[in-house]
Design a protein. Structure first.
Length: 562
C-alpha cells in the first residue's frame, strides 16, 4: 500500500479558521482539506438545513418538465415512470411514482429486465407504453444517450422527460425536457446529484408549483439517502444535505419497505456505511437475480406485513447473489492465472455462462485483488455485455471512449461503466483497452493508495476531537472518514489474531507513555509478526467508537501498519 500524506494547508489559513471556529489545529486542517475555508461554510457543513437546497428551477428544462406533467394531469393522461434496475434507478422510480400517486392515480412504473432488455430505455418498454395508452414517460437514472429510443417514442406520439446524471454525448435526445446537471448548457449550481437526486429535484419543483414546502417532501428522503450512498456520488453540497436528512428518516420513520429490510439489524442508529452494506445490496439483489420490479414493489409498499414478505423474498435473492459472486470470482481469478495475465496493466475476462447480474460485483472484487482497471464480460443474447470498474484517479469512461470503435454502446462514470460488444470484436477490444491503459496510466495508480489526512500523536485523541469528528458525518467520496498516521507505536503484549479464519489483527497500542488504545486491523493478520517483536511500528487508521455490552470505548480501526 502507498501511504500518501495530504498536503498541509497554509499555516495562516489554519490559524485563521482555528480562531474563527474555536477549534483545534487538526479540525481546522481537516476542514480546509475539504474546501471549507470560512465560518459560513463551516456552519453549512456542520449544521446543514433543507434551506441549503438549491431552487430546482435553476436546472435546465425544469420548467418544461413541470409544465408537461401538469398538462398530463389536467388532461387525465397516463404517465409511465421508467427507471434503471439498480438501487439508484429503483429508488428514483419509487420516489417519483409514490409522490405523483399521492395526488394523481394514472401512474404506472416500468423497470426493464436486466437480461431481456438490458440497461436504459428499451424499445420493449416504449411498446408497453404504446400498447397500454401511456402518452408520457418519465425516465429516471437513464436516457441521456437514448436518441434513437426517444425518436421511436415520438413516432408513436409518446413524450419523454429524461432525468439523468450520466455524462451526455454530443447530441441530446429529442425529449420534451432533459434534466441532467451534467449538461454543458445547464448552469445548475451542483452537478454531482445521483439519478434519484435529479428525481427529487423534479418532485421539489412540482411541489413548489403546488404550494408545498420542503417539509412536505421529507418522507421521501429515505429513498434519496439510499441512492446517494449506493451510487457512491460525492458526499458534498446537496448530496450531503439530502443524505443527512434522509438518514434521519431511515433512523426515525422509514417507509415500511426500508423498515422491513433493517428490522433485524441490532444497531441503535444506522450510518451511511450501513446503508451501503445492508440496505443497498438487498435492493440491488432483486434486479440482479429476479427483477427490479420487486425492489420498486418493496419501496412503494405501505403495509408493513406485505413489505416484510417482499423483504424476505429479496433476502433470498441476496443470499443467491452472494453465492454466485463468490463462485464467479474464483473462476475469473483462475482465468487470469491460467492465461498469465497478472502482469498486465488491465484485467479483461469473459465467460459466456457468468451471471449478468453479478459481473459488476465480480469486477469490483478483481479490482481489489489486482488493483487495475477491470472489465468482466458475459454473454447477453447474441452480444457480450460487460461491467467495468476502475482504480483511484483513472477515468475508465475516457478509456472506453478511446476504444469505442470496438463497442456497440457504453455509458457510465469515471469509476464504473457498462458496455455491449459483438462477440467477434472481443479480442480486438481487449487488446485496444490494454494498450490504452498501458499508455495512459501512471504506474503509481496501480498500487493501492491510503490517503492520510494528518499525523496525530495518541495524546491528541480525546473526547472533544471525537465529538467534532462525528459531526463530519455522513461520510462519502470527497468527505471520507478521516485517516490518521501515528508513528512509533508499541504493542503492549496483547497482539493476537481473531475471526473465523484468524484473518484479523487485534492489538493494544501505546506511544511512549501515552494512554493506550485498543486497535483492530481487519484482514491484517499477516502483520502479527511485525508487532510481536516489541519493535516500534507506524500505523494508519480511522478513529472508531466501539460499543460492547453497553460500554463505548475508543478504538483505532487500522488500515495498514509498517
Amino acid at each position: 500500500m502507498r501511504w500518501t500524506l495530504k498536503s498541509k494547508p497554509k499555516k495562516e489559513q489554519v490559524q485563521k479558521l482555528q480562531n474563527e471556529l474555536q477549534v483545534d489545529e487538526i479540525i481546522a486542517t481537516l476542514l480546509l482539506q475539504r474546501g471549507i475555508e470560512t465560518l459560513e461554510q463551516a456552519k453549512t457543513f456542520f449544521r446543514p438545513t433543507l434551506d441549503d437546497l438549491h431552487n430546482p428551477y435553476l436546472m435546465k428544462d425544469m420548467d418544461k418538465a413541470v409544465s408537461r406533467i401538469e398538462t398530463a394531469i389536467s388532461k387525465n393522461e397516463n404517465i409511465l415512470i421508467f427507471g434503471d434496475y439498480d438501487v439508484d434507478g429503483t429508488t428514483a422510480v419509487a420516489l417519483v411514482s409514490s409522490y405523483l400517486k399521492s395526488f394523481y392515480p394514472n401512474i404506472a412504473t416500468y423497470i426493464p429486465d436486466r437480461y431481456d432488455e438490458g440497461y436504459g430505455i428499451s424499445y420493449k418498454g416504449i411498446d408497453f407504453a404504446d400498447d397500454n395508452g401511456f402518452s408520457l414517460i418519465i425516465a429516471l437514472d437513464c436516457g441521456i444517450k437514448s436518441i434513437d429510443h426517444v425518436a421511436y417514442a415520438n413516432e408513436r406520439n409518446i413524450d419523454f422527460i429524461i432525468c439523468d446524471h450520466h455524462r451526455p454525448g454530443d447530441t441530446l435526445p429529442n425529449a420534451i425536457a432533459v434534466l441532467d446537471p451534467k449538461r454543458e448548457d445547464c448552469s445548475y449550481p451542483y452537478d454531482e446529484l445521483c439519478g434519484c437526486g435529479v428525481g427529487f429535484k423534479l418532485i421539489q419543483a412540482l411541489g413548489q408549483n403546488r404550494s408545498q414546502t420542503i417539509e412536505d417532501l421529507i418522507p421521501y428522503l429515505d429513498l434519496v439517502a439510499t441512492a446517494i450512498a449506493a451510487d457512491i456520488v460525492p458526499m458534498t453540497g446537496e448530496n450531503r444535505t439530502l443524505a443527512k436528512f434522509g438518514l434521519e428518516v431511515i433512523n426515525t420513520n422509514p417507509r415500511p419497505g426500508i423498515k422491513a429490510l433493517v428490522q433485524n439489524v441490532k444497531k441503535k442508529e444506522l450510518t451511511i456505511t450501513d446503508v451501503v452494506f445492508i440496505i443497498a445490496p438487498r435492493i440491488n439483489a432483486a434486479g440482479r437475480i429476479k427483477h427490479g420490479n420487486q425492489a420498486v414493489s418493496l419501496l412503494t409498499e405501505f403495509n408493513l406485513e406485505q413489505a416484510e414478505q417482499f423483504a424476505a423474498e429479496i433476502e433470498g435473492y441476496n443470499l443467491e447473489r452472494r453465492d454466485l459472486d463468490k463462485h464467479i470470482t474464483v473462476e475469473a481469478l483462475s482465468q487470469i492465472e491460467e492465461n498469465n495475465e497478472k502482469e498486465k496493466f488491465s484485467t479483461v475476462v469473459y465467460h459466456e455462462n457468468w451471471h449478468k447480474g453479478v459481473i459488476g460485483i465480480v469486477a469490483s472484487r478483481l479490482t481489489e485483488t489486482y488493483y487495475r482497471p477491470t472489465i468482466v464480460f458475459t454473454k447477453s443474447g447474441d452480444k457480450l455485455a460487460a461491467s467495468a470498474r476502475s482504480v483511484k484517479d483513472f477515468d475508465i469512461y475516457n478509456a472506453l471512449e478511446a476504444c469505442s470503435e470496438h463497442l456497440e454502446q457504453f455509458g457510465g462514470h469515471m469509476y464504473a461503466a457498462g458496455m455491449t460488444i459483438k462477440e467477434e470484436n472481443y479480442f480486438a477490444f481487449k487488446d485496444a483497452f490494454e494498450k490504452h491503459v498501458a499508455n495512459t496510466i501512471h504506474p503509481d495508480l496501480l498500487i493501492p493508495e491510503i490517503s492520510v489526512d494528518a499525523e496525530l500523536h495518541l495524546t491528541d485523541i480525546n473526547e472533544r476531537l471525537i465529538r467534532i469528528l462525528n459531526q463530519f458525518e455522513p461520510f462519502g467520496p470527497e468527505n471520507m472518514t478521516p485517516v490518521f498516521l501515528t508513528k512509533n507505536l508499541n504493542d503492549t503484549g496483547y497482539a493476537k489474531t481473531l475471526g473465523k479464519n484468524n484473518e484479523h489483527l487485534k492489538l493494544f497500542v501505546k506511544q511512549n507513555n501515552s494512554e493506550g488504545f485498543g486497535a483492530i486491523g481487519f484482514g491484517l493478520a499477516a502483520k502479527l509478526d511485525l508487532v510481536k517483536n516489541q519493535k516500534p511500528f507506524d500505523v494508519v487508521y480511522c478513529i472508531d467508537e466501539n460499543e460492547y455490552n453497553g460500554t463505548v470505548t475508543v478504538q483505532l480501526r487500522l488500515k495498514d501498519l509498517r
